[in-house]
Design a protein around this ligand. Structure first.
Ligand code: AMP
Ligand code: MG
Length: 403
């Protein structure tokens, strides 16, 4: 059977960066810049006072100065400052011509309406003044292509005048939960029924991965209905189907996917939980193929498959990662654990970072298998355990995938 590593390489073969689009900066949070951005202004735009006080000629030694005008932030000065004169100035305001230092208000005292005493003689030239363009020059790069638009980057782009940016498009992910037993999350299940927990699990995981979810109605275990829903799901860049991919009499999803034109890449791999995973592609006339994943119905299987394959694929589609690969973190087992082996396993666990320990301690929480969503909900990572049986002792190094 296919190994996890081989399966990741197959997903990597088909995951590619989506095309770039132009959009308002306000909509681009979390997206990746497709072009470098240069500033349309100097920043600061003028020589700027960094203190509330008086703009003076630094070499002026006169004990008192005539106040020639007041300049608040947002004002512009109208008079040059010469020896014997001072301009009252507030933080952020443009420094008048002739002034070469700003004396903080605390180092001055008002003599009368027109006169101020300066208690700091011989301040260094440039004191409490930030020069025009010292942070950014017009035409200079503020962010390079490939940068993710964080709130901080968005603020710098705003300063530089980039109100519209060219970014890699946000991936759209359709979610199709299937199964005759499913009722919507707000209903009390009747006999034989269960709530559709995969819906909210995957909608949330897609949002957390920076993509746009598109939840389809629950699909009944019916070949025709499933095929129609899959066709709708193929309007997205990625389609996640849950349930109906194993060997049961009502496991009709693989047939429906193929009927809708999806080409199978692999079905089943040596993974626990998540062995029945189905993966295929639906090529488009232009641009990268749509990626289609059929997850087993048990929620924790879907959780593992999402984080192992879909999350890195979305990072590639979004331009944040160059290829699909697993990024495992390292920790130490907080307690002993006996792993039975058989398949490569990604087991729910809790990684706890502490200031005292250089690596996080990883606790093997109580968990009863792929249907145990309540147990898994206490986890924040999946510990990787090998195909071979393994006795983990307390303190042993473990690799884990953060959730
Ligand atoms: P299946 O993969 O369709 O054989 O389903 C495996 C198990 O997962 C069964 O016990 C299903 O009832 C359960 N299951 C399937 N879909 C969901 C879902 N959307 N939410 C919660 N459990 C599900
Ligand atoms: Mg089913």
């Amino acid at each position: 059977m296919l190994t996890v590593e081989q399966a990741i390489m197959l997903v990597a073969r088909y995951a590619a960066k989506l095309p770039a689009v132009r959009m308002a900066l306000g909509d681009a949070l979390g997206l990746v810049l497709a072009e470098s951005v240069a500033s349309d202004i100097d920043s600061p735009p003028h020589n700027k006072a960094m203190m509330d006080g008086f703009a003076v000629v630094a070499s002026d030694r006169s004990p008192t100065r005539v106040i020639i005008e007041s300049v608040m932030a947002g004002d512009v000065p109208h008079h040059a400052v010469r020896p014997g004169a001072a301009t009252r100035i507030m933080t952020g305001a443009p420094v008048p011509d002739g002034a070469t230092a700003v004396i903080p208000i605390e180092k001055t005292s008002q003599v009368d309406e027109q006169t101020v005493r300066i208690d700091w003689i011989d301040p260094p030239v440039g004191k409490h003044i930030t020069l025009q363009g010292s942070s950014l020059r017009v035409g200079h790069q503020v962010a390079e292509a490939g940068t993710t638009v964080s709130s901080l980057v968005a603020a710098a782009l705003t300063e530089a005048g980039a109100g519209v940016v060219q970014v890699i498009r946000r991936p759209k992910v359709a979610i199709l939960a299937t199964g005759n037993e499913l009722v919507s999350t707000d209903l009390r299940p009747g006999p034989g029924q269960i709530r559709n927990s995969n819906g909210p699990l995957l909608v949330g995981a897609v949002v957390e991965a920076g993509a746009t979810p598109l939840e389809l109605p629950v699909g009944r275990d019916d070949r025709v209905e499933l095929t129609q829903l899959v066709e709708r799901g193929l309007e997205a860049d990625v389609l996640l189907v849950t349930g109906g991919v194993s060997a049961g009499a009502k496991d009709l999803v693989p047939e429906a996917l193929v009927a809708a034109g999806v080409q199978k890449v692999f079905h089943k791999l040596a993974l626990k939980p998540g062995k029945p995973l189905w993966f295929g592609i639906a090529p488009r006339p232009v641009g990268p193929s749509r990626l289609v994943f059929g997850f087993p119905g048990n929620p924790v299987s879907g959780l593992a498959c999402f984080h192992l394959f879909v999350r890195p694929a979305l990072a590639v589609l979004s331009g944040r990662m160059d290829t699909v690969r697993l990024e495992l973190a390292r920790g130490r087992a907080a307690d002993a654990y006996a792993h039975g082996g058989g398949r490569e396993t990604f087991r729910p666990a809790r990684a706890m970072a502490s200031i005292a320990d250089e690596v996080p301690m990883v606790e093997f929480i109580r968990w009863h298998g792929s249907a145990d969503l309540a147990g898994a909900a206490k986890a924040n990572c999946l510990v990787r355990l090998p195909v071979e049986p393994l006795t983990v002792s307390s303190g042993d190094e473990v690799a884990f995938l953060p959730l």
